[in-house]
Design a protein around this ligand. Structure first.
Ligand code: SF4
Ligand code: SF4
Ligand code: SF4
Length: 563
């Protein structure tokens, strides 16, 4: 097989993995309409989070943070073991963010510094490439001490989050906007053509309800920054910042597959450098850096003299001007210690402000099935899959609602969407067990089994129409999905402003029946700040965040022992 064929195989591999990854995020979507009559549990037809389970950084950091390796994450060995022999093949052949960076970097630029000699210089190894190792070490130390921050920068959760909460909703809104704009001209043939094109692509690409997510600007800044910097340095993110790239670099240190350079035939045209993705010095006469190479094979394919050869057990073909490969990771001891110390200090620093026995923000409502808060923060990789799959657009990325430690973890905002009683999808897609998979019975409960609660609803009597304005309204009672209903009504005789006696039904909450689903808050006709609102108190996952004197703590206390 010629190197050109192998390079084409690599291109095919990149397109395929990128396509499959995007398709899985696109399919993280509830495609069956929920009707009030739905009685069976709902399942997604595809294992939509499987790509995240191949991520070795997710596996390692979740293992360190909570001492558990979720069985699906054993798939990550399928990436890690070949890396030990082949080097960072994942970066050059598989990673969807790496592929995106590759494509964006390759768009022809008008800037001189991005072409010819400028490109050759920028593709030489630079010291900034060390930064990713320090980020990796920082994340590892932080995970070891109990705070899982790797998901912020790990490329697979980052891509899933960015595509799911940013790119797809933006594309949907843009397509709807363009269609509306074309139709606004009122020129029927044009409107018909636009509608035809829209209908042709919508079933595949826009086959989801238009959703919007709270706080995606912060996600857009990171994702946009990663994309744009490719126009300054080829694959800047992959070379300098990616913690997964660093981890794979460390594992590829002794890879048996490597670059053999032949000094005698090389005429130093530097075409190899011009097309290098990893900035690992493939040119003859310099020290090749194995831990930086993405194994894209561009250099070998670009060399007109055939002086470069990727093979197993490469030998040193050169002379004194062609030094042996550098297999060491380029980091200093002092900065390594500083990175580890900073990661270790992060956990006590973040936790010194908040105790997680009771949520710091009363409106921090986690999805049903979520584990207790400190464990949740040790498991959630902020992939956004739960937010994307939620059929009611109820789940959103947090900003600071769960402190700095929980940025981009999911929060349920009932005013935007409530938790559908018949749905357990967020637990099904969560790759790390931050949200446990509930059965329908565990979710809604029955006489023997308590329902899963995510909070409790309260009335603001100063805003509630029957309480504050003697106006008839029973919307919250109508929407409450529990059986019997947690919102109940009492008919009362009240005097209105004119002094007339009117009968209104005033709503009350039974906290023992309320699951905190938020349907009442969602439906409340006092829209800006609903007169009924849900807070996290009473959530099943926490023995402490309970309504004192009212509900029993959900922990089981052995007979004969006092709590
Ligand atoms: S460096 Fe990171 S983002 Fe780039 S290809 Fe490798 S794993 Fe993906
Ligand atoms: S929050 Fe509720 S409605 Fe949304 S995915 Fe989870 S279980 Fe389904
Ligand atoms: S809780 Fe949501 S964002 Fe966090 S890991 Fe699970 S699916 Fe991803």
């Amino acid at each position: 097989m010629t190197v050109g064929t192998v390079r084409n195989l690599r291109r095919f591999s990149q397109v395929s993995f990128f396509g499959v990854f995007c398709w899985l995020v696109l399919k993280t979507n509830f495609e069956v309409a929920i009707s009030p009559d739905t009685v069976s549990e709902v399942f997604l037809p595809y294992p939509v989070s499987i790509a995240l389970q191949f991520d070795p950084l997710v596996a390692l950091t979740t293992l360190l943070a909570n001492g558990t390796l979720f069985k699906g994450l054993l798939w990550s060995l399928a990436v890690l073991i070949p890396t030990i022999f082949l080097g960072r093949f994942f970066c050059g052949w598989v990673c969807p963010l790496g592929t995106l960076n590759h494509w964006i970097s390759e768009i022809r630029s008008e800037r001189i510094s991005f072409r010819g000699k400028g490109k050759i210089e920028s593709n030489r190894y630079k010291k900034y490439q060390r930064i990713k190792y320090y980020i990796f070490l920082f994340m590892i130390a932080a995970a070891l001490f109990g705070t899982l921050q790797s998901g912020l920068l790990d490329p697979l959760p980052l891509m899933a989050r960015s595509i799911g909460t940013l790119v797809l909703p933006t594309a949907h809104a843009a397509a709807d906007g363009v269609l509306g704009w074309v139709k606004s001209f009122g020129f029927k043939p044009l409107s018909g053509a636009a509608q035809f094109v829209y209908d042709m692509f919508a079933p595949f690409l826009l086959n989801f309800r238009q959703v919007h997510f709270h706080g995606i600007v912060s996600i857009a800044i990171l994702f946009g920054g990663i994309v744009v910097t490719n126009r300054v340095f080829t694959r800047f993110w992959c070379r300098g910042l990616c913690p997964l790239g660093a981890m794979l670099g460390i594992f590829s240190r002794y890879a048996t597959f490597g670059l053999q350079k032949d000094e005698k035939s090389c005429d130093h045209c530097n075409l190899c450098l011009q097309s290098c993705q990893g900035a690992d010095n493939p040119d003859v006469g310099t020290r090749w850096r194995q831990t930086e190479c993405h194994v894209c094979l561009n250099c070998q394919a670009a060399c007109p003299q055939g002086s470069l050869d990727f093979k197993f057990f490469p030998t040193l073909e050169g002379t004194r001007t062609n030094p042996p490969p550098n297999q060491r990771v380029d980091i200093t001891k002092r900065k390594t210690v500083a990175s580890l110390a900073a990661g270790a200090a992060l956990f006590p620093m973040l936790r010194s402000g908040d105790s997680f026995e009771i949520n710091a923000d009363s409106r921090l409502i986690r999805p049903p099935g979520s584990v207790i808060e400190d464990d949740f923060l040790a498991r959630c990789i902020r992939c956004g899959q739960c937010m994307r799959v939620c059929p009611n657009n109820a789940l959103h990325p947090t900003l600071l609602e769960s402190g700095l430690e929980g940025v981009w973890t999911p929060i349920l905002i009932p005013k935007v969407g409530y938790c559908e009683p018949s749905c357990t999808l967020c637990g099904q897609v969560c790759p790390t067990g931050a949200i446990l998979e509930l059965t329908l019975l565990e979710k809604v409960g029955d006489k023997e089994t308590p329902a899963n609660r995510i909070g409790t609803a309260f009335f603001d009597r100063g805003r509630c129409l029957p309480w504050a304005m003697a106006t008839r309204c029973i919307v919250c009672e109508e929407w409450c999905p529990t059986s019997p209903k947690a919102v109940y009504l009492k008919e009362e005789l009240v005097t209105d402003r004119q002094g007339k006696e009117v009968r209104v039904q005033r709503p009350y909450i039974d906290p023992d029946l309320c699951t905190g689903c938020g349907a009442c808050e969602f439906a409340c006709p006092v829209v800006d700040q609903p007169a009924v609102y849900v807070t996290s108190v009473g959530e099943s996952r926490s023995p402490d965040n309970q309504i004192l004197l009212r509900r029993k703590k959900p922990t089981t206390i052995p007979p004969g022992e006092t709590p």
